[in-house]
Design a protein around this ligand. Sequence first.
Ligand code: G3H
Ligand code: 13P
Ligand code: ZN
Length: 309
Amino acid sequence: MPLVTTTQMFKDAYEGGYAIGAFNVNNMEIIQGIAEAALEEKAPLIFQVSSGARQYAKHFYLVKLVEAALAETDLPIALHLDHGADFEVCKFCVDGGYSSVMIDGSSRPFKENIEVTKKVVEYAHAHGVVVEGELGQLAGVEDDVNIESHSYTDPDQVQEFVEKTGVDSLAIAIGTSHGAFKFKPGQKPQLRFDILEEVASRLPGFPIVLHGASSVIPEMVEKINKYGGSMPDAIGIPEDMLRQAAKGAVCKINIDSDLRLAMTATVREHFALHPSDFDPRQYLKPARAAIKDMVRRKIANVLGCGGKA
Ligand code: G3H
Ligand code: 13P
Ligand code: ZN
């Protein structure tokens, strides 16, 4: 089956009270691990590519690897540009075979965000590609930008934004953040469900996206530290909170850090137990299996999209 857009996926997810996992991909092992998990769980899937990933792995390699996953699995799969910074990168990805792009105008003034998002929507829709916009800013580290504190989405702006831009989905800021350090040590993780509900009531049936939604599984951080790492206290979004969000208007949940942690913990463990190994396949094979296990965990504990493909 060719790549799909997220339109039908989100409609089914909204009605069915579940969310689609949007997993960041950077190399073959990550793509294979995610695809194997989705195939086993019969889950629809979004592979998403950040600008860092595009710099690291190059456009064509990632597109071709995703095409290989399509051929291997025959699942509904969307290929999505994560955090597109401007019209040009969105256009490049639309022209380059993506089925979905995000234009992240969240750091721009409201009017400018509308302008650039509308421009991307016009181009993307003319080419059969869907668009995610963003209102509000997440804290955390993303590409080269480190944002100290949240700027929560203002529900008063969402209707105007969606109407004027024509976007297909909207990322909002309700207290999730990028990276592995989402809350300070001792701080109780919490999300602004009041904002999510207010946004959902202003945009009935409209798909909402959560970025920064890794849960930072403690066993992964413990394993990294057990095998020579020195990660300080890392705290993520509790899985039950994300599951609750997925039952409502949230149709897309972005996960990157949990995959990174799983892969790194596994590679560290491998070298601690097999210090003389030097064949990359010997450590990338268990790393790929760890990605697969993490994605299966997400499908079961967070997304609820197993069996929905
Ligand atoms: O939202 C950001 C993603 O976690 C991608 O991170 O830019 O380091 O690839 P990256
Ligand atoms: P995490 O850092 O929580 O995995 O978020 C990833 C993300 O939002 C990618 O856009
Ligand atoms: Zn993000």
